[in-house]
Design a protein around this ligand. Structure first.
Ligand code: UDP
Ligand code: MG
Length: 317
């Protein structure tokens, strides 16, 4: 089995030598155990780094063809960088494992991932059983994000980031998703296939600083939500209906106070039209939203199905 390891790197000069060394040891060990073939390799994706990242990768490649790299022309963000690596590895391996450069993900479970792949899983998720080393803030915001995603009906794997094994079959299906806002953590479960999980303790960043400041986290979360769910738009429509109901109640109240007398001239008609027009506006927005939602899913042009296996006699081709 030919394994590819894809690692997005953005200004990771401090950690690169270490992860390169550790992964090489691991791969050599796995080759010895006959779990992976000698043609297995590591693929670094330099996501437009401004430090020495690329020259380090180039030097690795010079000395050892186990190390390979692609240099993106500019910084496109973790998800897109990862995706470029996955696209490149497609048809150039039997399975690919994606992992962060900073050694927060435990490379010790890679062997288990391969075992699960050999046992028939096409996808193996690395799931954090503990993330004590992350700040309380990071854990809390991550939790809120998962909750919101779940509420909006987006299936993600809890406590799983982008440390996972994908078989080449899955890579081929993934390439059919042509949308520009690709949110891998949502797309991979959506593709289907037999999947398994392996658990690991998330460690501290080996060196360097996080490349995900709060502003990027917010953007990531917003992208994840808006590229997957039309529910926020649907909520507009429901709000309109609720306000329409309230406007009926207020109509009754307003009429009662009108017949009791004592209303200031003009108040009755102003109040009634205020509520009715308000609900009408919001309902109209909701209806327009429904159509935009349709356009949104058409524009995404997602594959309607992903094929896992075909049993087709060759004479039927
Ligand atoms: N990364 C990237 N492009 C970016 C930001 C991050 O390729 O614009 C890479 C980074 O080098 C690392 C991985 O994505 O390998 C995860 O980033 P980081 O560890 O900083 O995120 P955190 O673990 O703090 O969420
Ligand atoms: Mg990290």
């Amino acid at each position: 089995m030919k394994l590819a390891i894809v690692i997005p790197c953005f200004n990771e000069q401090e950690v690169l030598p270490e992860i390169a060394k550790r992964l090489k040891e691991l791969l050599q060990d796995l080759i010895k155990k006959n779990k992976i073939s000698e043609s297995s390799y590591i693929l670094f994706v330099d996501d437009g780094s401004t430090d020495e990242t690329w020259s380090i990768i180039a030097e690795f490649h010079q000395n050892d063809k186990l190390y390979n790299g692609i240099k993106l022309a500019r910084n496109v963000g973790h998800q897109n960088a990862l995706l470029s690596g996955l696209h490149l590895a497609k048809n150039k391996c039997d399975a690919v494992i994606s992992i962060d450069a900073d050694l927060q993900d435990d490379i010790g479970v890679i062997e288990e991932m391969i075992d699960k792949y050999q046992a028939g899983s096409e996808i193996v998720y690395g799931v954090r059983s503990s993330r004590k080393t992350d700040t309380i803030f990071k854990r809390a915001t991550a939790k809120i994000f998962y909750r919101i995603m779940l509420f909006l009906g987006v299936r993600t794997v809890y406590e799983h980031a982008d440390f996972r094994l994908l078989s080449n079959k899955v890579l081929l299906e993934l390439a059919k998703f042509r949308e520009k806002n690709l949110f891998l953590r949502g797309i991979v479960p959506l593709i289907g296939f037999k999947s398994e999980k392996v658990y690991y303790k998330r460690g501290k960043r080996f060196a360097g600083k996080t490349k995900y400041p709060f502003s990027k986290m917010i953007k990531f979360a917003m992208d994840g939500i808006t590229s997957f769910s039309v529910r926020p738009m649907r909520m507009i429509f429901m709000t309109g209906i609720v306000i329409l109901f309230i406007s009926f109640l207020s109509f009754i109240y307003i009429m009662i106070s009108y017949f009791r007398g004592g209303n200031i001239a003009g108040w009755t008609s102003t109040m009634i039209s205020l509520w009715f027009l308000g609900s009408l506006t919001i309902i109209s927005l909701g209806i327009i939203g429904e159509y935009i939602g349709k356009i949104y899913s058409e524009v995404k042009d997602r594959p309607l199905y992903n094929v896992e296996e075909t049993l087709l006699d060759s004479s039927k081709e």
